[in-house]
Unconditional design. Structure first.
Length: 175
């Protein structure tokens, strides 16, 4: 299926598609009792998530994976978030990676990460970093490790009135 996958730049008109990806992922996680990552409420009803998606779609770092006319994944690259250790060298940072859970096992996330590595190489950058949810069984950390990333810095985001969010920074050196 990934041979039919195309990746294109995204923009403001893609906010609804990105919110749909979040809604599908949150429903999938919630059905499995895994609400620690993004909660259990649809992103499309959360003002904070809607604002975040608007920032993603207007920030210049959004890339969308499509099968035909259907958006099946999103990648946002840019600079590291404030809650992770700053880079010690030039890097490209993956701010968001999300794949449509209706297409499991088709390599959409891995293909988007390979695309991020291509973007970094084109920019002359030898380091690709990402952070992710490290709670539950650390399955998401394992996914990134299976894509060639190495876990580096664990961190915790403190959120008023909500449980702490355990995170993990991972990096991949590029040739």
């Amino acid at each position: 299926m990934t041979d039919r996958l195309t990746i294109r730049p995204g923009g403001p008109d893609d906010a609804e598609a990105v919110l749909r990806l979040f809604d599908v992922a949150i429903a999938w996680l919630t059905a499995r009792g895994r609400t620690g990552q993004w909660g259990s409420e649809p992103a499309s009803t959360d003002p904070a998530r809607i604002a975040q998606v608007r920032a993603y779609t207007t920030g210049g770092g959004l890339h969308l994976a499509q099968l035909g006319d259907t958006v099946v994944g999103a990648l946002v690259v840019g600079e590291a978030t404030e809650y992770v250790p700053p880079p010690t060298e030039p890097e490209l940072y993956v701010n968001l990676l999300i794949a449509d859970r209706s297409y499991p096992g088709h390599g959409i996330g891995a293909r988007l990460l390979a695309y991020a590595a291509e973007l970094a190489r084109r920019r002359g950058v030898g380091l690709l970093r990402v952070d992710c949810y490290a709670g539950d069984d650390r399955a998401l950390v394992g996914f990134y490790e299976s894509c060639g990333f190495t876990a580096t810095d664990p961190f915790t985001v403190r959120r008023p009135g909500r449980p702490p969010w355990p995170g993990q920074v991972l990096q991949r050196r590029l040739d």
